[in-house]
Design a protein around this ligand. Sequence first.
Ligand code: SF4
Length: 382
Amino acid sequence: MLEACIASGAFERLSETASTLVNPEIRRWKEEGGRIVGYFCSAMPAEMITAAGLLPFRVRATGSTGTELSDSYFSSINCSFPRHAFNMALRGEYDFLDGLVIFNSCDHVRRVYDHWIRQMKTPFVQILSLPKKTEDAQVEWFRDELSILRERMQDHFGIDLTDARLREAIALHNRSRRRLKEIYNLRKGLRPPVTGAEMLAVTVAGTAMPQEPYSSLLSDLLADLAGKEGRADYRARLMIIGGLLDNPEYVSIIENQGGLIVADSLCFGSRTFWAEVDENTHDPLTALAQYYVADRPSCARMYTEYPRRVEYIRNMINEFRVDGVIFQRLAFCETWGFEQYSLTNDFKEWNIPLLCMDREYVLGGIGQLKTRVQAFLETLGR
Ligand code: SF4
């Protein structure tokens, strides 16, 4: 578990939730007869699962020790995240799931679906088509996909997924987004009371526990942080961007070299809560489709969105007074490979210091990581 600077019971509970796969919140929920629906990718409207009275759980491979079983289904040049996640599934570590939703978020994850429906006994599995563009036609397409999902969930789980329940869930998830943003904005100051690793633990926890207690814990954490000052002994203010990153330890190693992460553009980080789902739209499914396809800060898989993604990053750099940016991606991730090429050229032109790192899903190469971050901090003249 992450060594915390924050003296907060709320943070300890959130950090524990983020540091293990089957955490105490999950166990409690199952013991009380609750059902859990897992999902790959932040494009999943978790609000639909919450509205159904089920627990939304974003698939991670936290604690994975290898891919000895999934290597029979994936090649070594596939992204290590789906390989580790599917290996854990084959080992039975995802048997607590009552359902699973997968997207064509990338070809690597897409392949997980083909293997999962043949190898696993998860009672409910649904694949959804996620558009790659963000215009009205694509929003309508995704709304239709969500409508299919609603029908199938109602049939399988015997629940009534009404518009009223969807609106309630949207309001609840938005409340958490607002509280996360409040905590996040405390990092604009010169002595942020939260480190980057701690903030990632807080956001990851929100994908692995019921939203109601999560939202309350965020409120408690805000109270615990009120008026608190954090570290001033850092050498540079950094931002971390790129593909899937759900391991606070990785961020902690970077911060232990002297750079404080004060902002991010990650799909387990700020991209999940910087914008909100519109609560005034007549049709909640359309509101969800609009948000997850078009409104929220986008992933590199979304075509024509690069300028908006870069604008988001540059706004963060200015607002959080960032000195340098660390781009990280999982090896063999084409989606973020293309983005890295564009960012490298543009950041050079804009004279924004950028360090690009390829990595494996399971923490490794720590020595090299430390050396490269230290060298980067040197180049920032700190
Ligand atoms: S990191 Fe890239 S390759 Fe891996 S699952 Fe995500 S989008 Fe796909």
